[in-house]
Design a protein around this ligand. Structure first.
Ligand code: KG4
Ligand code: ZN
Length: 345
């Protein structure tokens, strides 16, 4: 088909993103991707404050969109359609993005395409590597954790996921317990580098149960218990903190690796032509997790794909691309498009 040019807008959590993507399904390029984070605004509160996030998105969106168009060297008139995250996420932020996209759509007469944020993450390997359907996706972020069989742009089968915390959330809580900075994932990973993962024995929740469901909240409780045991004797020493981080991270790695192996069995039963496992979400930045999955894929003779970090975390390019897939399939929305706080795939 003819190449399509999509503007994508993302504002479902604490990153304001806008991007321009051009191409066809499975063969598209990122012309620009601008992300304005809000970490500094939320830092003092120890987590994302929805009202502050919504206001910041509303204030930032116009500029971020303008920067994305500018660095792509594209005008609004040259865009074929405007894609926007319509959920799931913090409702105020999603609303800010949807209103911005509707405004642009009305002003230019360009079609509007609503995108599920999770579909944006799940389709990213198609943007970065042209990965063919069906592939197995492990989506691991601060808010999400699930295995998806991706059969088409809007055809997903959920094989399992967390029954409580997402792994990124667990990393963030672990960091808080150990007085490390936020976001916790990178801080725990860095601290764990000097640690001995075997000194503390933390649980591997749900590994004894069949299926692909996971649980991470018990891990945090176990970590708290070990920490408090140590604190009875002295303030936490650097080596102790490193050992706790290493033990925690190793437990997450072991759970993800084993559950991915099970999801892989279900996927391979469908006899895909080019078996591929892809990861997305902020936690996919974790090197030991990537290494464990790379090793698993090598053992089982399947391809492994991890998008570059900037496209693993929240961004507008994945929304533009997911919008491109929908738009190319003839789908579009109108002014009745609504923002949805909950929207399972
Ligand atoms: O995808 P993302 O940017 O936002 C959403 O949650 O949607 O993911 C952010 C999460 C945070 O919880 C952060 O601690 C985690 O990803 N994260 C990591 C690493 N880098 C970011 N977790 C483990 N290891 C990392 N290197
Ligand atoms: Zn996300």
């Amino acid at each position: 088909g003819t190449p399509l040019t999509l503007l994508g807008i993302e504002s479902s959590c604490d990153d304001t993103g806008a991007a321009v993507v051009r191409g066809t399904p499975g063969a598209a390029q990122v012309l620009s991707s601008e992300v304005q984070g809000q970490a500094d605004l939320h830092a003092a509160f120890g987590g994302v404050v929805p009202e502050i996030a919504a206001r910041a998105h509303a204030e930032q969106l116009d500029q971020v969109v303008a920067r994305a168009l500018d660095s792509a060297g594209v005008t609004l008139q040259e865009i074929d359609a405007i894609a926007v995250t319509a959920g799931p996420g913090l409702i105020g932020g999603v609303l800010s993005g949807v209103m911005c996209a509707k405004g642009l759509s009305v002003a230019t007469g360009k079609p509007l395409v609503g995108v599920n944020h999770l579909a944006g993450h799940a389709l990213t390997p198609r943007l970065t590597d042209g990965t063919a359907f069906p592939y197995l996706m492990l989506l691991v972020s601060g808010g999400h954790c699930q295995f998806l069989l991706v059969h088409g742009p809007e055809q997903f089968t959920r094989l399992g996921g967390t029954i409580d915390d997402a792994p990124g959330e667990a990393f963030d809580k672990a960091a808080r317990l150990l007085a490390l900075p936020q976001p916790g994932g990178p801080a725990v990973e860095a601290c764990a580098r000097d640690g001995d993962a075997k000194r503390f024995r933390l649980p591997r929740p749900l590994l004894d149960r069949p299926g692909c469901d996971m649980s991470f909240s018990g891990l945090k409780t176990a970590l708290l218990r070990e920490r408090d045991g140590l604190l009875q004797d002295n303030a936490l020493r650097a080596t102790e903190r490193a050992d706790l981080c290493a033990a925690f991270q190793q437990a997450v790695v072991d759970v993800l690796r084993e559950k991915t192996a099970r999801a892989l069995d279900l996927y391979l039963a469908e006899a895909p032509a080019t078996p591929t496992i892809a990861v997305a979400g902020g936690v996919a930045a974790n090197t030991p997790i990537r290494n464990a999955l790379t090793a698993l894929c090598a053992e089982r003779g399947v391809q492994f794909t991890a998008p570059p970090l900037a496209l693993c975390t929240d961004n507008g390019a994945m929304i533009a691309y997911a919008g491109l897939e929908r738009f190319a399939a003839g789908q579009r929305d109108d002014m009745t498009l609504s923002a949805r706080p909950r929207w399972p795939l």
